[in-house]
Design a protein around this ligand. Structure first.
Ligand code: VG1
Ligand code: CO
Length: 542
């Protein structure tokens, strides 16, 4: 073994955030920065004799970072690293590889939906042996290790060529380079009725999938075009690029506007979908229909039994607190458990492991199930296609039928990005300070039923997570949630979540922003975002 100990640190590393350590690419490339964080992971979770999975979304610096991490893994005594060819591995595929191989954990190099490139963002996520994001206990241990750090160990040997499939040796550590798509595609074939989807497509059903020049391109081409017979070119922006072609790989109507516009046109395809940088998010569209992610969770949960992988029914539904309550109504109708967790996929892990939830979702275009321990963009697309094939209905018909059965939960998220931290804090503290006084009061014509700062007690291990978002619930069922983003890299991002349920079919065609006008007015009265920030409108509305 020929390795060097480089003196560096202590290092103000990862404070438990929503999803891994996310910083400007330049910060990660600064001397010793990536190395110190990776050493903190090894110090916290142990490296000697372990088996790890490694890959990422192909963004700028990913390949170089993978080489550094391999050399550090070898120097720290890791037994084997399973690396995706070219370093390209979607987050859900990484989760699957960890589970399939019984690995001890994995490192995913991605800043998800944040733009990439030299001036963009980079990120490192650590996943545990169940395939899911590290829970708060582990991220706290990594943070503590980073503060004790005196340096890091790195092999003097060069990292192997990541493009050649097969096994090599790096300083006594096995490096196994695998096809990133194969195992994942096989898992999808087991879960879904590919014959039925293939027949629907052969019968003239058209689709467009926008991979946004990010990691899902190769997966979508293999599954949608090669295995399911979608016309060549149905998958667009299919080649992963280090800067995502300058795109912002966030699948929502703002950042995937080209796809959105096409689906809103009468001549558009029957079905449209997009995924984010690392492949864990999804946006679902039908011709003339946009499916709000909270509705997508509810519709998928109500119809999951139509797919072979869920034919026995689902055991429970979990949603993050800011996600709309539409899925709760489905859980009630199915007579199964409904769980409400803090934002971030790591909070679903215990529920999935314990068999208390089968389907999970977040309002931020994240949906998934117990097939892996991450949200999974292509999985959601395939479940939708399976449901459409099984019911013979289109997206907009299915959505309309769902609303007629359960009512429509109007929902929207307003994001105020890159705010000066004190301005964002001012809005938060105005509402936080008033919480106790709100119940019973009438705000913008609506009576407050309850208000709190959301705290979660994990029903499986009893761990407590406090301060997870300010929540105001009105007597008419409307909700306002206000929280600070834990994934931004510039200033503070304030997220305002708005919800109002209606059982009146006459309202179902209304624009959510119009329906939510009283809730928006109540939020301004409660938090004074415009007053504190001077912003007259949100940067992104989803
Ligand atoms: C955002 C979303 C959250 C999601 C997280 C990671 O976090 O709101 O629902 O789990 O991103 O998604 P925040 O703290 O900025 O609101 V991804 O696709 O980055 O792994
Ligand atoms: Co993502």
């Amino acid at each position: 073994m020929t390795s060097t100990f480089v003196t560096a640190g202590p290092f103000a590393g990862q404070k438990p955030g929503t999803s891994g350590l996310r910083k400007k690419t330049a910060q990660f490339r600064a001397p010793h920065y990536l190395e110190c964080f990776v050493q903190a992971i090894f110090d916290a979770v142990g490296a000697s004799g372990k088996v790890l999975v490694l890959g990422g979304d192909g963004r700028f610096f990913g390949r170089e970072a993978a080489g550094i991490i391999l050399r550090m893994a070898a120097a720290n005594g890791v037994a084997r690293v399973i690396v995706a060819q070219g370093g390209l591995l979607s987050t859900p595929a990484a989760s699957h590889l960890i589970r399939l191989n019984g690995a001890d954990g994995g490192i995913v190099l991605s800043a998800s939906h944040n733009p990439g490139g030299e001036d963009g963002d980079f990120g490192v996520k650590y996943n545990i042996s169940n395939g899911g994001p590290a829970p708060e206990s582990v991220t706290a241990a990594i943070h503590a290790a980073s503060e004790r750090l005196t340096g890091y160990r790195i092999s003097d040997q060069p990292a192997p060529d990541l493009d050649r499939i097969g096994e090599t040796d790096l300083d006594g550590m096995a490096v196994q380079i695998v096809d990133p798509v194969l195992d994942y595609a096989e898992l999808m074939e087991r879960l879904f009725d590919f014959d039925a989807i293939r027949a629907m497509i052969a019968g003239g059903f058209t689709l467009r999938f926008d991979a946004m020049c990010a990691v899902t391109g190769p997966y979508a081409v293999e599954i949608l075009e090669r295995r399911l017979g979608a016309a060549p070119g149905s998958v667009v922006n299919a080649v992963p690029l280090p800067d995502f072609g300058g795109m912002h790989p966030d699948p929502n109507p703002t950042w995937a506007s080209d796809l959105y516009e096409r689906l809103m046109s009468e001549t558009g395809p029957d079905f449209g979908a997009a995924s984010d940088g690392d492949g864990d998010r999804n946006m679902i569209l039908g011709r003339g229909a946009y499916v709000n992610p909270s509705d997508s969770l509810a519709v998928l949960a109500a119809h999951a039994h139509l797919a072979p992988g869920y034919a026995g029914g689902i055991k429970g539904i979990a949603r993050s607190m800011p996600t709309s309550t539409a899925a709760d109504r489905v859980a009630e109708a199915l007579g199964i458990e409904a769980h409400e967790t803090p934002t971030g996929w790591k909070f679903f892990g215990n529920l999935l492991d314990a068999g208390r939830a089968t389907i999970c979702g977040e309002e931020s275009f994240g949906t998934g199930s117990d097939h892996v321990r991450e949200k999974d963009g292509l999985w959601a697309v395939l479940l939708w296609l399976n449901v459409l094939a099984a019911t013979g209905q289109g997206v907009s018909d299915l959505l309309g039928a769902h609303w007629r059965r359960f009512g429509r939960t109007f929902y929207s998220r307003h994001d105020y990005e890159a705010l000066p931290v004190p301005q964002a804090e001012a809005a938060m503290s105005q509402l936080r300070g008033a919480l106790d006084t709100l119940p019973g009061k009438t705000i913008a014509g609506m009576k407050v039923a309850a208000a709190d700062d959301f705290a979660y007690v994990d029903p499986v291990d009893g761990s407590v997570s406090k301060g997870q978002g300010l929540r105001v619930i009105f007597a008419n069922g409307a909700r306002i949630v206000l929280r600070l983003s834990g994934t931004g890299t510039e200033g503070a991002t304030l997220r305002l979540y708005l919800e109002l349920h209606s059982d009146d079919p006459e309202t179902f065609g209304a624009d959510p922003q119009d329906m939510l006008a009283p809730v928006i007015a109540a939020a301004e009265e409660l938090a004074g975002i415009a007053r504190h920030t001077g912003r007259i409108a949100p940067d992104v509305i989803t």
